[in-house]
Design a protein around this ligand. Sequence first.
Ligand code: B3K
Ligand code: ZN
Length: 844
Amino acid sequence: PQPVHLQEYAPPAYLVDDVHLTFRLDPKATRVSARIAFRPNPAAQDRTFFLHGEELTLVSARIDGQDVTPKITPQGLTCAVPDAPFTWEAEVDISPEANTALEGLYISNGMYCTQCEAEGFRKISYYPDRPDVMAPFTVRIEGDAPALLSNGNPADSGAGWAEWHDPWPKPAYLFALVAGDLRAVSEGFTTASGRPVELNVWVRPGDEGRAGYALDALKRSMRWDESAYGREYDLDVFNIVAVDDFNMGAMENKGLNIFNSKYVLASPETATDRDFDLIEGIVAHEYFHNWTGNRITCRDWFQLCLKEGLTVFRDQQFSGDMRSHAVKRIEDVLQLRARQFREDNGPLAHPVRPESYVEINNFYTATVYEKGAEVIGMLRRLVGPEGYRKALDLYFDRHDGDAATIEDWLKVFEDVTGRDLTQFRRWYSQAGTPRLKVAEDYADGRYTLHLEQHTPPTPGQPEKAPQVIPVAVGLLNPNGDEVVPTTLLEMTEAKQSFSFEGLAAKPVPSLLRGFSAPVILERETSAEERAFLLAHDTDAFNKWEAGRQLAREVLAKMTTEDAAPGPAYLDALAAVARDDTLDPAFRALALRLPSEDDLAQALANSGITPDPWEIHAAREKLKAAVARHLAEQWPALYREMACPGPYTPSASDAGRRALRLTALGYLSRLDTGDEARRLYAEAGNMTETIGALSTLLEIGRGEEEIEAFYARWSADRLVMDKWFALQTSLAPPQRAAATARALTEHPDFDWKTPNRFRAVIGGLSANAAGFHDPSGASYELVADWLIRLDDVNPQTAARMSTAFETLGRYDASRQARMRAALERIAAKPGLSRDMGEMVGRILG
Ligand code: B3K
Ligand code: ZN
């Protein structure tokens, strides 16, 4: 398959003024009739009339009422058309039942639903399926389901049919249809300017009791977007639907968001604090897309970060406002490093705005999303909150109704602030994580930071030019007082020095406060200095970061030199554990050790070949050492952090539970799991149940509890996903492949349901030591299943191939086995375009 290039963008030959669709629903043969008003695009050179269309059976086609015979290929059709506005009518048949790829119109658990982004609409109707063709849609659905939903406002309905009208011009990727036996949990909302809106969360009968939190989160999001960005909702209804079979988290279809049920349904008994947190964030994310994505969309898919980076940034701001900014920032950076830095430092590295792709679905990545959000955070830091708000106001004003580009986006910042963002654009075009080397000197009251930036080569980009790096710095006196509050240094050169005058003593720098840029800081310093910052830094992020660096260095030494953990680290950790002036959620994060994959990445970055089994062993040893060092603290902390009263998913209660469960984790290394077993037996909510169970699994116990859990929850799909995932992700390294294999033979392993597949196969890939079993057993198992899934659901299969993206880090034997597994995938007859591209890029 030929790649598509950003450079080749050409405006559409025809524009669409109006779309009418009629669906006569049938599992085997749904008839889709389209009436579309086309008009030649004066801005286009080309006059070829081409409509995308895949896996469609054309029944009839007419232009201005006259039958026509288009020329059909597997990708679409062409037809001779008038050189003036005309009406196109076509009927096609499609088979939702046969659609296992979950793209286009498909059936999940007896209900019809759609997923069109990025290019799924072409499996529903012949259409110019590209985001820069926007039109109002009117949709008629005929079927016998109680709920018949589409985008926009309800227009009319009767027995067995319903009509919807969406007045806001939109690209086809935002089209949606849902039909099935669904019940709405509803509430009214009045926007700031007084527009009444009906909010509905649609769930299957019986699930109504689990929809309340999503509905609440929706209301909070709507209010927040009004106050933080001045953005109001623009239709009479807002619908959210929960479906069980879904390739990703959720989808922002105009007025009809479709969600993976995992991110809608929650009750204290079935969902963990983490689930509640994710539901709030994802509901907000999809809602925020209404302005950043829908009202202003992307000109082409290369501009994906225009809507995704910005919307992630907005949902991060929202969650920070709802919960704690410090804790949210730490969690976001943990994610960024775990997923985006990992991607950016391997064969799949690509710019925030990629320049070519074979399958666009392969580019819904951590780089586009999370690094895309970081880039916006940097812009905001550079222009300040007021400049940012002004720029956004101008963006909404100037581009409402447009399919825009990154150039448009940056231009509003330039126009509002007068800044030249030419160099800043490199954040969008250069892949790879910049390294920021720091040296310093101090003499006569003058303290100088010498900064040097360097970005390693990435596929297709051997050389990198210097980027604009906002470095937020504060300086502390040796006694712990802050002598220079947070100051933003703007680095633009490859090497640059910044001085601070009038200092009485050599200060301790707190660098990159709040993680002010997505870079890897390289600075040699002592364990004592890190412990000092952990104790005294006024910047919550850097306080945590100091502890994290310390832990990483301790773990690295334990892994490579078999050293014992030093007192600087253990005592610093003890101080955090004891400090009850700190937010419990923060303490829980500070007491958590870096993950095995984080350490592997850190070792690889410093030129050492990581051995996942040694890392695992060292990390276990460190856990035991921390457990012993604070032996007296854990039982007390565990008791004190119990939440009085009934469960609430509030950030403060969740923080207490997180700290309590962290204490339990350490405690269990001293009491062989007695306390965890007690908690499992008495747990009053899923957070505690999962906390107790994972603690037991981590110390190699919990067999009885695994059985009891199954007996209690086997009828609940979402809870069973947790049961599967826990066992594969926490299996001891030697047993991981066998555990996963056994679970793939379990009667409840519905491998065609993405959530279940991800629970088992994704769980194994997330078990760093287990996945990197030196025998290659896990590589083989994952490859077997990716091959199998590829025929059924290429998108999900391709996404999961990223388990192999770290290939270059490991020893020759592991690399050879990973390669063999990948080559076996590559050799599969009829391999999908999705998987072909991924495996090709990983193999290099
Ligand atoms: N825009 C969708 C993602 C679509 C993924 C297509 N493979 C969800 C989101 O980012 O909000
Ligand atoms: Zn999004």
